[in-house]
Design a protein around this ligand. Sequence first.
Ligand code: NDP
Length: 337
Amino acid sequence: NNQVILRDYVSGFPKESDFMVRTSTIRLNVPEGSNAVLVKNLYLSCDPYMRSRMTKLEGSYVESFVPGSPISGFGASRVLDSRHPNFKKGDLIWGITGWEEYSLITTPETLFKIEHTDVPLSYYTGLLGMPGLTAYAGFYDVASPKKGEYVFISAASGAVGQLVGQFAKLLGCFVVGSAGSKAKVDLLKNKFGFDEAFNHKEEQDLEAALKRYFPNGIDIYFENVGGKMLDAVLVNMRLYGRIPMCGMISQYNCEQPEGVHNLFCLIAKRIRMQGFLVFDYYHMYPKFLDTVLPLIREGKITYVEDIVEGLENGPAALIGLFYGRNVGKQVVMVARE
Ligand code: NDP
């Protein structure tokens, strides 16, 4: 059983040498007396929050990885054996699993059974998994959006952002996204139907760039990156704007987080800035599927994935998120179905 091991806690940007692939043995059946599920992992999800798990955490909403042990994350897998009543051999599931070929999952209550297989299985790591639900909850619940509003999304071509933008377009909003390359900007405009998009790496003055696209200001800023972008957005917000705080990837590798200078805009413009965690919205997953599956089938929502093959290429793919190397949702294919 090949496994991706974290060698030790990480400081600064993670490197490939922080990980190694180790081979161990695993019994391919579930021991009697447990309610565990044994799975063959097919797709693994690379997610930015995994960076925090590479450090020693105390009192966080997630747990640290254990140095010397395999890391874990979201994945889509096939059940090989089960002693849990909700799962049987042959079922497909998504949820937290190990970064390894086979995993014995001892907390099967956290798994979701995959019922709809007319869509790519890898979608359950992105569009139909945790990032998709994040986009749905963050946009419809936290942002309180209205038709015709002006919406700005950072890291807009990624796993979460590309979906937020498409939800906003379906509602009839004016939508602009920022991304880190020309190819990504093209995707935003030509594939996902954003009204406008720009390359944040090419803008000397982010405040001026936002003014160019939003001469009358921004109603909703879907925050994925933090740092300088947040400061530039704050001065471009409209009265009673909303900022769903989804993530701050620009800060995840900083020893000292950057300061935010323009917070007084929240007061002057009566802005609501609200953090949220997808874990609080799992009860909405069935409703989310009922909404999104028809949109996929009717071709009203599309999704771009960046799939690398082979568990051994997982660490480089995961690290790539922090350099913007992924174009769309970053997935690792461990085995074919
Ligand atoms: P993405 O697929 O968007 O991948 C990360 C992207 O972030 C990169 O491709 C890059 O895009 C951008 N990026 C990386 N470093 C920087 C930087 N220093 N400055 C600006 N942009 C940077 O990731 P996800 O869609 O999975 O996640 C997006 C955000 O949502 C993250 O902050 C994540 O932590 C958060 N999140 C929060 C959840 C919650 O429950 N609150 C759940 C899931 C995700 P580019 O090339 O365009 O710059």
